[in-house]
Write a new protein. Sequence first.
Length: 184
Amino acid sequence: MASIADKLMTAEEFLTYVGPPGCKVELVRGEVVTLCMPGFRHGLCQGRTYSVLDQYARTTRLGRAVVETGVRTDRGPDTVRGPDVSYWSAERLPLNVVPLGYPEASPDLCVEVLSPHNRLARIREKMQEYFAREVRMVWVVDPEDRTLTIYRSLDEGLLLHENAVVQVEDVLPGFRCQVAELFS
């Protein structure tokens, strides 16, 4: 962690930060944290999840899905997390608003895809921050087990296997997809 003499980075400074080549970064309590780049399976699952949510958003015009967009979870010192996929409803972030930086509004849904270096203990820390910022739902996608766990709070998750159908009317009205679509 930073010493007292070190200056903590703000979310605005982090927006223009160029990290080490080949690495992902997040800002955690004012300090840049380097993350391992995920592998192909993670990227495929992330892409499929984005595709399903983006298709829903484009069809319904109820919101927008994005990939690797920073979500500010704290101020002073600032924390900016990078969920694999996130979804903002038009209610929280109007469709005609395209922020240059990190939206002030929290997403309705954050999606984290597990990888060998990003397991549930680390994800739970992020989930705690997401829920504290009023994110309505977190999906944890596990490509190895081919499961999706839907969290509405840190302590309550609904585990769905690949043959199950996802329907979350309160967050994604009219959305319906088989869990297996996130992996193929």
